[in-house]
Design a protein. Structure first.
Length: 170
């Protein structure tokens, strides 16, 4: 199956809203959204994608198969001059496509993009401490743990640690 990794466009807004809505309904998914909490409209998402496209230190990537979005990765650049070299990264992969290399393809493309900007020198992210699959991908690409936010996430009354990781591109 051919998987395409490309930059998202405003035309992807409707599919992205449907994709994220489906993700947030998934039980046990390690993202800080509860079912019903994601409420962006297609127009909201379109504006977000336009803002990503207009920024020289931000990128929004999608993984696509058979015309459907099966994963996404966003690198949101900071706007202040002193922080413009840093992006905050977030990634997700559809449950039917996990452990099939989609996350690796997204990360390869994101790092390639970051290096090509001549702006981005630091990529950072946070990941649930229990999410070994995601942590493995990040570590494979050289991300290192910088800290742990104890009891940062509360899920159904259970507190979960959040791991802060970063990759320096210099």
């Amino acid at each position: 199956m051919d998987i395409i990794i490309r930059e998202a466009t405003p035309d992807d807004a409707e599919k992205l809203v449907a994709y994220v809505t489906q993700l947030t309904e998934e039980k046990g998914l390690d993202i800080p959204w509860s079912p019903g909490e994601f409420n962006l409209t297609v127009e909201d998402e379109r504006k977000i994608l336009e803002n990503y496209a207009a920024a020289d230190n931000s990128a929004f990537l999608v993984a696509e198969a058979r015309g459907e979005i099966i994963g996404d990765l966003n690198c949101k650049g900071f706007t202040r001059r002193a922080l413009r070299h840093t992006v905050s990264l977030g990634m997700s992969v559809h449950k039917d496509w996990r452990n099939k290399g989609v996350g690796t393809l997204l990360m390869e493309r994101a790092i390639e993009w970051a290096k090509s900007t001549n702006i981005v020198k630091r990529m950072e992210l946070s990941v649930y401490e229990r999410n070994a699959r995601a942590r493995h991908i990040y570590e494979k690409f050289g991300f290192q743990i910088e800290g742990i936010r104890k009891n940062f996430i509360c899920e159904n009354g259970t507190y979960i640690d959040d791991v802060i990781m970063a990759l320096l591109l210099q």
